[in-house]
Design a protein around this ligand. Structure first.
Ligand SMILES: NC(=O)C1=CN([C@@H]2O[C@H](COP(=O)(O)OP(=O)(O)OC[C@H]3O[C@@H](n4cnc5c(N)ncnc54)[C@H](OP(=O)(O)O)[C@@H]3O)[C@@H](O)[C@H]2O)C=CC1
Ligand SMILES: O=C([O-])CC(=O)C(=O)O
Length: 267
């Protein structure tokens, strides 16, 4: 059988996750895919790593797949341009789907928007459950170290209180929209859960800051006529960026590999 040419992947963002995905692509961790280059915000950040630095138009033109790992604001701004050009997009900052207008721009084509499973699992089963009698409610309880949860909107007093915590403390109880608006680089998983279940308004999100948490935890619970579901992940955080779980770059590489070659993937 003739071999398919490798799929060329352009990265959008080369931070903690993007750099690991780039290394994985260069090391053959996603067979059938090669790195075309990266779109960066800080000029020189890609060339310093020996990676071709692309602007967005080059990235769209020179790749078969754009992989976003640049954060929610960049995904909202640049993701729709990729989709409008008819190029496929693998989205890591799934929080970009929280706003219905952005969601339409990202999901209505002509490019295909794929969602990375990121730091959590179980979304395939929950998606099926929404069809089999349905789900009525869902919740996500995320626990991270306080230092990973400091946000630019926090006052100096709020920031000091968060960093001074000595016991696990719930710092958010709210909707998916509240969660991603307040913690855009920590609660993309909440939006992923809502995208899988369709429970955009019925999902409760809780965020716990735990000064002794050895791992980042995500506990998903959902129930309804289809059944009762509970999934728990305890991920090692990335040492250089504890807000993100280490598993995420591997989830992205699995996704790229599945898109790049035929095989027995879970879809
Ligand atoms: N779905 C999931 O389960 C998860 C999703 N995420 C998402 O992944 C994102 C990336 O995570 P992580 O790598 O740890 O974060 P980092 O902050 O380490 O990396 C983000 C990178 O994107 C770059 N960037 C920002 N805006 C742009 C832009 N407009 N164009 C090009 N590059 C840009 C930043 O550039 P600069 O260096 O110049 O600041 C930075 O290098 C998170 O913000 C979050 O939204 C993370 C974890 C789990
Ligand atoms: O990496 C994680 O554990 C989750 C995360 O940051 C996010 O969903 O934004």
């Amino acid at each position: 059988m003739p071999q398919q040419p490798p799929i060329r992947v352009a990265l959008l963002g080369l931070g903690a996750i993007g750099a690991r995905v780039a290394d994985g692509l260069r090391n053959g961790a996603a067979p059938g895919a090669v790195l075309a280059g990266a779109v960066v915000r800080t000029p020189g950040a890609a060339t310093a790593r020996g990676i071709a630095e692309l602007d967005l138009d080059d990235a769209i033109a020179s790749s078969g797949l754009v992989v976003e790992c640049a954060g929610v604001p960049a995904a909202r701004e640049l993701g729709p341009r990729v989709i409008a050009a008819g190029r496929d997009l693998l989205l890591v900052s799934i929080g970009a789907l929280a706003d219905p207008a952005d969601r339409a721009r990202l999901l209505d084509g002509p490019g295909v928007c794929r969602l990375s499973s990121g730091a959590i699992g179980g979304l395939d089963l929950l998606r099926a459950a929404t069809r089999d009698g349905g789900l009525a409610r869902a919740s996500l309880t995320t626990t991270k170290r306080p230092a990973a949860l400091v946000q630019p909107w926090m006052t100096e007093t709020e920031r000091a209180a968060l960093l001074g915590l000595t016991e696990p403390t719930r710092i958010l109880t709210g909707t998916v929209q509240d969660a991603i608006a307040r913690f855009p680089s920590s609660l993309n998983v909440a939006v992923a859960l809502a995208a899988a279940t369709g429970l955009w308004h019925e999902t409760e999100v809780r965020l716990v800051a735990d000064p002794r948490a050895p791992r980042t935890e995500h506990v998903i619970e959902a129930s309804g006529p289809a059944g009762e579901y509970r999934f728990a992940a305890a991920n090692a955080p990335l040492p250089e960026r504890p807000a993100s779980s280490g598993i995420v770059s591997q989830a992205v590489l699995c996704g790229i590999a599945d898109l790049a070659r035929p095989g027995g993937a879970f879809v």
